[in-house]
Design a protein around this ligand. Structure first.
Ligand code: SF4
Ligand code: SF4
Length: 439
């Protein structure tokens, strides 16, 4: 069924999915794994291992007593070489466990199917699994699923929109593991007491719609919703509106309108975890961009360096001018290939000169295209101005914190003004001021 509800704004981006027909290939064990102790939104983990310790696959190597956090597990077996700050994909240094691998992939004794017979056990198991939002956000899944007693969730929305160009990780999960997706959905429904499931897929992925519709036919509570292809259709608030017609008010969460949103890879992981008890130690990553010799989808052990992943894909045809972790709209540029794949890595793109070219900015012509494109009803041109002037009051007045950093405004701007970059800066300035005692 094609829903006639479209969110306001957004942008039409090219459906460039070179790897959609590339079956996922497994990459081997790296010689060294660098596993950051922060791979989620929330508090970083403290190390549970030290230099010289022998660690096994699936062993907890970092954890935190803070609620908004998720444990980190070893993806390899081997000896801890050091626990030290290492370069993180976001450009900062993060305390990390460096493991010299032995190639044996010895599995930790603690890896066994979890008890999940009620919601309390389920939430505990999800925390133990280390699952975070696999769509790229990295929000701890057990926190998202911890519904306060005064809220009632009636709908689970599965995000399979995958609206950014290049990325095909979610698409491949549906094509390769659709029964796992349904099994994970059934587990969440049953243990969370949710009655209704809507799987949102953009209409430019007919094979995924067909596959999910066939497997979803086994339940009258699970329906596939064919969404209009428009970026950022996969953003939570847009997806909820397109699938359910409910609007999440500014400053509110999906659970305020009775909805939980989960990525299609996240529910599929839950099905696998229920069977094996193996925590989140690997990730399917789309490797693409004109510089890559063999664009493909690869199952990568977390902690593998970007360089090794690109080498596995045949290396570069030419020296890339830009490497992104994530898609071209929301991805983060990398300045070193020594950083490693983390839980929320869904794509690595290596661009040549033309793809990487950032056009020079000209003067704003006040055309308001950025305003029309903003799915959050913001005024990007005013936010840009306020951010450049570091005007905290104006940034707050124009609701900078509501920006989801989708980049639609920058994409449509004819003057090529780097709107999203300065708005990100504005959010950081406001956040910093709040940390110093401001509001
Ligand atoms: S789209 Fe660009 S040029 Fe047009 S109003 Fe916005 S910032 Fe100015
Ligand atoms: S202001 Fe933020 S939410 Fe609005 S289009 Fe720009 S990046 Fe997206």
């Amino acid at each position: 069924m094609l829903f006639k509800r479209f969110f306001k704004g957004g942008a039409v981006v090219p459906h460039e999915k070179n790897t959609e027909n590339c079956e996922t290939i497994q990459m081997g064990v790296p010689a060294k794994a660098i596993i950051p102790l922060l791979q989620h939104i929330g508090a970083p983990c403290e190390p549970c291992v030290a230099k010289g310790d022998y660690v096994k696959v699936g062993q907890v190597i970092g954890d935190s007593d803070k609620f908004v956090s998720a444990p980190i597990h070893s993806s390899v077996s081997g000896t801890v070489a050091e626990v030290a700050p290492m370069l993180y994909p976001g450009g900062v240094f993060v305390n990390s466990v460096v493991i010299n691998t032995d190639g044996n992939q010895e599995i930790c004794e603690s890896v066994k199917p979890p008890n999940m017979s009620n919601s309390k056990e389920f939430l505990k198991a999800i925390r133990q699994s280390g699952l975070v939002g696999l769509g790229g956000a990295g929000f701890p899944a057990h926190v998202k699923l911890a519904v306060p007693p005064d809220k009632k969730i009636d709908t689970l929305v599965i995000n399979a929109a995958e609206c950014e160009p290049y990325i095909t990780s979610d698409y491949r999960e549906i094509i390769e593991n659709s029964w796992n997706v349904i099994s994970g959905i059934n587990t969440v429904m049953e243990l969370m007491g949710i009655e209704n499931v809507l799987i949102g897929i953009e209409d430019n992925k007919p094979d995924a719609i067909k596959e999910m519709t066939q497997v979803a036919a086994t339940s009258d509570k699970i329906n596939v919703v064919k969404l209009k292809s428009r970026y950022p259709q996969g953003a939570e608030k847009m997806l909820i509106y397109a699938t359910t017609g409910r609007k999440v008010p500014p400053g509110k969460l999906p659970l305020d309108v009775g909805v939980i949103v989960m990525n299609v890879n996240s529910v599929s992981f839950i099905a696998e975890y229920a069977k094996t008890g193996m925590p989140l130690i690997k990730k399917r990553v789309t490797i693409d961009g004109a510089c890559v010799n063999k664009p493909c989808n690869v199952d990568v052990l977390i902690g593998t360096s970007l360089k090794e992943v690109f080498d596995f894909c045949g290396g570069f045809k030419e020296e890339p001018q830009k490497v992104l972790m994530g898609g071209p709209m929301m991805g983060i540029a990398q300045f070193s290939l020594d950083t490693s794949v983390v839980k929320h890595t869904n794509a690595l793109l290596a661009f040549e000169k033309n793809e990487a070219n950032l056009p020079s900015q000209s003067t704003c012509i006040r055309c308001a295209r950025c305003v029309r494109a903003c799915p959050m009803n913001l005024m990007p041109l005013n936010l840009n101005k306020s951010a450049l002037k570091e005007n905290i009051e104006d940034l707050k007045k124009y609701h900078v914190s509501d920006c989801i950093e989708c980049g639609s405004c920058s994409y449509v701007c004819p003057a090529k003004i780097h709107l999203v970059q300065s708005i990100r800066l504005g959010k950081a300035i406001v956040g910093q001021a709040a940390g110093k005692g401001g509001k």
